[in-house]
Design a protein around this ligand. Structure first.
Ligand code: FAD
Length: 401
């Protein structure tokens, strides 16, 4: 019998387990994979604030970002240079492993290769069923991220894209705990490519995140190029067929030839928050609760915030025996993030309707208006985009219509 069982040893599950064990609670961490951090699909861009606020491993950092380069459909460039570091690129394997080691060092009991198949409340405890065992805990945290699930009808009439949306995502644990699901998903695809730039270009490219826009890159979304220790991580986020769009992006925009798609990795990304993140003694945190930026698909900072709030509420609930504290978790994290999540969702819906000519006009308008640019730059925040988006909606409303 544990105080808390955490399901999923991704960064958010490990960080949740670490914080709880650090406060003296008995924590069980269950991970279905045999090794932590092995099968991650992620670009690993994490804002500076996350490293200042949370005890996350700095030795996983492989690049420092202080420049953002936005590229329009017709190749107009907008550059933002931050006076110091804005964000970092991490090696996700080392990042996940580092947080996992922290959890181990605080005495978390870990079971690898133990996928949780079922979770249910029985009286004043939670019962978790894996392939091999049954575990019991006072409370439980679902931190399983977004699981791609094999689709039973992989070539249904609905078309490949909708297949993935409909049955390519497994939210069974949340569903059986009575939380509902995150209703919408985007698909991210990524590949590591050898660095392809000239020596002169490299001096800035090593600290730059490139964001490429346009319907021929990623309709309603964007493609990215991120430095990674002498190579680059190139990816796209789309509603469907991410590999197709990634290939087009690489060939048409980056002028690289991909002989086969062996190195392509893809994964769903939660787009919007879960219906309920608390059910009785069970909470969902991180991507399992939809704590993800709907603008960029970044989930680590919001997940860590969710984890911090969850831990505070779990401690109160366990110490007092009053599980009502857990519902406060839901109110608090939504109070902090829901508006951001909604704003990004709204902008993305709008972005889908914007054609390439309009996007180019927006870039030109931004380049012309020095005063406007200053007002926009003042609102740039790596983690919170709501204020910037609201301002842009007002400033560019005329062009978007
Ligand atoms: C292409 C791409 C690029 C991205 N780039 C960024 C980025 O640059 N910055 C950023 O912040 N975010 C990025 N993200 C999102 C980010 O990767 C996720 O939001 C983040 O990993 C979520 O962490 P998590 O701990 O909630 O879930 P995960 O990292 O998914 O971890 C969940 C863990 O739970 C385990 N698990 C699942 N089901 C079970 C089960 N039933 N029983 C036991 N264990 C289970 C899994 O094996 C896994 O180890 C990107 C995502 C994609 C797809």
């Amino acid at each position: 019998m544990f105080d808390v069982a955490v399901i999923g040893a991704g960064p958010i599950g490990c960080y949740t387990a670490y914080q709880l064990a650090d406060k003296g609670f008995d924590v069980l961490l269950l991970e279905e994979d045999d090794e932590v951090g092995r099968n991650v699909v992620c670009t690993g861009v994490i804002g500076k604030e996350a490293f200042e606020r949370f005890n996350i491993p700095k030795d996983s950092i492989i690049a420092k970002i202080n420049r953002l380069l936005f590229v329009s459909p017709s190749n107009i460039h907008l550059e933002y240079i931050h006076q110091d570091e804005l964000a970092y690129v991490v090696n996700r394997y080392r990042f996940d492993k580092g947080i996992f080691q922290l959890a181990l060092s605080r005495g978390v009991e870990v079971k690898l290769g133990e996928g949780v198949q079922d979770i249910r409340e029985e009286g004043d405890r939670v019962v978790l069923q894996t392939d091999n065992s049954i575990y019991r805990a006072n409370t439980a945290v679902i931190a399983t991220g977004v699981n791609p699930a094999p689709c039973p009808t992989s070539r249904s009439k609905a078309g490949e894209g909708r297949d993935v949306m409909r049955c390519g995502v497994n939210y069974e644990l949340q569903r059986s705990a009575g939380m509902g699901i995150v209703k919408n998903f985007l698909m991210g695809a990524q590949i590591n490519l050898p660095e392809y730039r000239t020596y002169e270009e490299l001096s800035t490219a090593n600290s730059t995140v490139e964001i490429h826009t346009g319907r021929r890159i990623a309709p309603g979304s964007f493609g990215w190029v991120v430095p990674s220790n002498g190579s680059v991580r190139v990816g796209v986020m789309t509603e469907k067929n991410p590999k197709y769009w990634l290939k087009k992006f690489i060939e048409n925009r980056l002028n690289q030839v991909i002989s086969n798609d062996d190195g392509f990795r893809e994964k769903p990304i939660a787009f919007g928050s879960i219906e309920r993140s608390v059910s009785g003694r069970i909470l969902a945190v991180g991507e399992a609760a939809g704590q993800v930026k709907t603008t960029t698909g970044g989930g680590i900072f919001y997940g860590l915030l969710g984890s911090e709030i969850a831990v505070n509420m779990l401690i109160k609930a366990i110490k007092t025996g009053n599980m009502d504290y857990l519902t406060e978790y839901e109110q608090r994290w939504r109070g902090m993030l829901e508006e951001e999540i909604f704003m990004g969702w709204h902008i993305r819906k709008l972005a889908k309707k914007i054609d390439d000519e309009t996007l180019d006009r927006l870039f030109k308008r931004f380049k012309r208006g020095k005063f406007l640019a200053m007002r926009i730059i003042r609102r740039i925040n790596f983690e919170y985009h709501g204020a910037l988006l609201a301002f842009c909606l007002k400033a560019f409303g005329g062009i978007i219509k």
